[in-house]
Design a protein around this ligand. Structure first.
Ligand SMILES: NCc1[nH]cc(CCC(=O)O)c1CC(=O)O
Ligand SMILES: [Mg+2]
Length: 337
């Protein structure tokens, strides 16, 4: 990079460009628009359900019928994509999470309903077994409780195929098994599902910021005191994230993701600079909960901190953000209700 040359003071007074609104707008380097937002939602079996998630203020679990109104809001605000996460009935959870592959399951039925009513709204589905396993891990366990890689991938590709057949526009593996992007891509191609996009959770860290999400999908109690450190990444690692991203691009990912978001913006920047592919960040449940809690206490200005946090993702190089703030941010960005 060439060195950045500025004049010395007083020839250079950086405050000149900051003085007026028009000159501030003219030099603004990054913009956040509604096109940058992906809205994660929690789906639950039933009808007429709108159930609050206590650790995520203003976030609910919806049954497929009540979710339709949320989808309509996304469409009217211009939010491009909604991401579905299931809260599965405990009676359907098994050690192998096989209900994830059932064609008549909650997620495939919800996808079909959404695509029928709102074909213009993109639907992204998480590919992972943790909402479906009785132990809360993202894969099959061996006799020592270790998460098996290749055996898990076999089920994940069936789950991804089920979602794609039901009409999902994006499948998004969040499990961190090695080789699963390639396996899913090959399976999709074999079935001529050639337009199903893969958003790879490539650099996904073993983070404590997922706590409220695990409450929302009901995997927290099943997981108990165990953790996901044998497959999700160590928060201390940076180079490893780049290797994970490179592998997923080679295996057929259309876009890659870094997760969590705000504490990992350095990784987002590395990925964008290094690979120049569509790069996304997930502002996860714990990040959302922190801002909501501080705002509820009157310690932070909710809207200002929300918008600043989202802009920071853009500045770090993200092409888009998965955020539970999508609807609130879109209202501010569009001036619409
Ligand atoms: N594999 C499932 C999954 N997909 C997204 C999240 C977290 C999202 C959030 O915290 O908002 C998780 C939780 C986990 O890996 O334990
Ligand atoms: Mg990987």
């Amino acid at each position: 990079m060439t060195s950045i040359i500025t004049a010395d003071f007083p020839a250079s007074r950086p405050r000149r460009n900051r003085r007026d609104d028009f000159s501030r707008r003219l030099v603004q380097e990054n913009v956040l628009t509604v096109n940058d937002l992906i809205y994660p939602v929690f789906v639950k079996e039933g009808t007429g359900v709108i159930e609050a998630v206590p650790s995520m203020p203003d976030v609910n679990r919806y049954s497929p019928d009540t979710l339709m109104a949320v989808a309509e809001t996304c469409v009217s605000l211009g939010i491009p994509v909604m991401a579905l996460f299931p809260s599965i009935d405990p009676s359907l959870k098994t050690p192998d999470g096989i209900a994830a592959t059932h064609e008549d399951g909650l997620i495939p039925r919800t996808i079909a309903m959404l695509k029928k009513a709102f074909p213009e709204l993109g639907i992204l589905c998480d590919v992972a077994l943790d909402p479906y396993t009785s132990h809360g891990q993202d894969g099959l366990l061996d006799e020592n409780g270790y998460v098996l890689n290749d055996e898990t991938t076999e089920i994940l590709l069936q789950q991804a195929l089920t979602q794609a057949r039901a009409g999902a526009d994006y499948v998004a593996p969040s499990d961190m098994m090695d080789g699963r992007i390639g396996a899913i891509r090959q399976a999709l191609e074999q079935e001529k599902l050639i337009y199903t996009r893969i958003m790879a959770y490539s650099a996904k860290y073993a983070s404590a910021f997922y706590g409220p999400f695990r409450d929302a999908v009901g995997s927290a109690t099943n997981l108990g005191k165990s953790n996901k450190m044998t497959y999700q990444m160590d928060p201390a690692n940076r180079n490893e994230a780049l290797r994970e991203i490179a592998a997923d691009i080679r295996e057929g990912a259309d876009m890659v993701m870094v997760k969590p978001g705000m504490p990992y913006l350095d990784i987002v920047r590395d990925v964008k600079d290094m690979f120049r592919v569509p790069t996304y960040a997930y502002q996860v449940s714990g990040e959302y909960a922190m801002i909501k809690a501080a705002a509820q206490n009157g310690w932070l200005d909710h809207d200002k901190v929300m918008m600043e946090s989202l802009m920071c993702f853009k500045r770090a190089g993200a092409d888009g953000i998965l955020t539970y703030f999508s609807i609130e941010a879109a209202r501010i960005l569009t001036g619409r209700q």
